[in-house]
Each structure stands twice: as C-alpha cells, then as structure tokens.
Design a protein around this ligand. Sequence first.
Ligand code: CTP
Length: 396
Amino acid sequence: MELEGKRIVLGVTGSVAAYKAAVLLRLLTGAGAKTQVAMTDAATRFVGPATFAALSGKLVLTDLWAAADENPMTHIDITRAADAILIAPATADCLARLAQGRADDLLAAMTLARACPLLVAPAMNRRMWENPATQRNLEILRQDGVTCLGPDTGLQACGEEGEGRMLAPETLLEVLRAFFTPNSLAGKKVLLTAGPTFEALDPVRGITNLSSGCMGYAVARAAARAGAEVTLVSGPVAQAAPMNVACIPVQSALEMYRAVMQRATTADIFIAVAAVADYRAERIAPQKLKKSAGSPPEIRLAQNPDILAEVAALPNPPFCVGFAAESERLEDHAQQKRARKGVPLIVGNLIQEGFGGETNHVILFDDAGSHPLPVAPKIQIARQLLAHILALMEKK
Ligand code: CTP
C-alpha cells in the first residue's frame, strides 16, 4: 500500500473547509498513514483539536510555545521524520505566509524547517483565489517546489459559485497515493477496456452480463498512479471515473471495438478487462418489441469482433493482456485463450472467486507458465499485474 507507514503531517488552517480535513484524516489513517496534525489558531475556531486528536490518536500541535515547553525542537523533529506535509485546507493567508517564509506559528515554523515535500490544498472564496496577490504567492510557492492541489470549482460556503473550494478528501487521498507511487509507468500509454457491453435488442432491452467494472477500473487507477497516460474504454458501469484517466463510455461491443482500434496503434500496453459480449442481435428493432400471441420470437445473433485478438494481430501491436474468467479448468482454458488470441499474458480467475467482489484470486499465465497471486483487494492485484507486465516488457 502506497500510504502504509508513511508519516504525514496534516496542517489545518482557518477555513470552513477544516471540517473536511477531519474526513481526510480518517481516510489517511484508514490507508495506514502515520499522521500528526498541526492546526493554526484560526483553524481551532472552526473545528476543535479534540476531533483531530481522536482521529489521529495523537495530541494535536497548535501552539509554538506550548510545543517548545515540551521539546524546544518540536518543529524540527517532526518535520525531519515526516514523509510529506499536506496543508488542507490552506487559506489565502496561509499561502501568503508560506510564500514569505514566515515562522511565527508552529505550522509555519514546521513548514519552513521541513526536509520533505510540501503539498497545499487551497480553500477560499473565489475572489480571494482570483486576486493577483494570491496568484503571485502561488507562483512563488510553485517555483519553490510546493505542490498545489486544486482548488475545485463549485458552490462555496459563502454562497458564491466559482473556483476556490478545497478538493474533496477522497480526491486528496488519491493524489497522495499517486505521490507515493513510484512512477514505473511514466511515459507509457495504457489503453484498457472494462465493464460489460450492452447489446441492444430494441430501444429498451438488451443482452448484457454481470461485470461490475471493478477490476478494470482498479487497473486503470493503478496505472494512472504509476504515471501512465491512461485511456479507459468502459461499458455501462456504476463506477466513478478514476483520477487522471481519460474515460470513453461505450455501450456495445462494436462501439468498444471502434473506440479501441482508433487508439490501439499509439498505445504501449493494451489490457482487455471488459466482459465483451461475443454476439449481438443481428437486427435491433427500432420500436419496442411487442408480445405476440404465437410462439416466442427468435433472436438471430451476429458475431462481435474479438477486440483483444484484433489488437494483438496489428502489425506493431502494443503489449496485449487478456482476462479469462472461467467456471472450470482455469489453466487449460486460459492457456488456450492466450494462444488463440496471440497475447503474451492472460489473467485467469474462477468466476466463483472474483466476479463482482472486492477481492480477487487470479493466476497469471505467460510463456513461463502460471504465477498464482495471493487473494487480495483488486487494487493490489492491479498493481502486481502492472509490475508483471513491466517485467515481461523489459525481457522482450
Ligand atoms: N475479449 C475481447 N473481445 C471480445 C471477447 C473477448 O476483447 N469480443 C477479451 C476480453 O476482454 C478478455 C478476453 O478477450 O480479455 C477473454 O474473453 P472471453 O470472453 O473469456 O473469451 P472468449 O474468446 O469469448 O472465450 P469464451 O467466451 O469461449 O470463454
């Protein structure tokens, strides 16, 4: 896990978005980070330090002199041990003070004394954000190597609409994860398919399957976090678009095929996770089919293109990876599929063990044989899969 054991100092400054910092803290500790919260005096007017102390299991640092009574080197010791400082929310005043290199409160002193990366998540009224003074300060911070996360656009606490909202805690968590993931896929273009396809029969009915898209989205997320340029061609699913991933929604296998073929020649890696329907209705009824008194209607099916096999057959194909969800004789079916589709790697799993669930149990099949991975959450499987793909690509 990217954040497991990472020592993160969470700085909280005086904005109404301080309440979101409590949610962020919970997410960070849930992801295994070791957190220490430091609040400015103004921040404590919005949310009490007791909330943060309870969530982090540690006393919250607020006062420079109180901290100095305990240990005169608090600001140095804590930042020396930290892997990152994240100030969320960071007010306009906070950005101004950081740009000036002030050290007259504990958070400012800690930030100035840091030997680790600093990330700020601004939160303020849109006019304060747009003000040239704020933008100037931000430019100075960027030049100093500070990473600015957001802000977001939308309805603000003051009732105005615009840029200045702090990024959602879930987004900040995602950014931090990416921050700590080695950029093993930097410069690589990864194209993926995910989810089911929907083959229409008439305007309201169709043939589909139970794929949740969970595994494909996890692979897309992991690839983006590892620095790849990711394009995800997705069938209809109830999944949120992963950050830094270009999502192309499609319905049918033919649409998926066209979206993939347009992009496959420039991709370095193609991972076909989608559960693509092998057949579609030969003819889609333009009007809703009506029940007839006689025998049930017959639906004639036409073959869909095999997207993975067609990409693998391109003159200069990307590194192609397929998935095989089988109900029996996994190894036989997976290895046959690998040969039939002409791909170097197939990820096999038994549908009893992975379909729709949070975790997955997969075996990787390649030229060297089979490599079972331990049962794990799909995001972890995704990371291991990407590492295996990179290792195979390096061998080629
Ligand atoms: N696949 C694809 N296009 C299709 C069918 C499958 O790209 N029309 C891809 C899937 O995304 C997956 C792999 O091929 O990566 C295996 O899919 P699967 O449906 O199991 O393979 P089939 O060849 O359809 O074999 P079968 O249905 O007989 O098991």
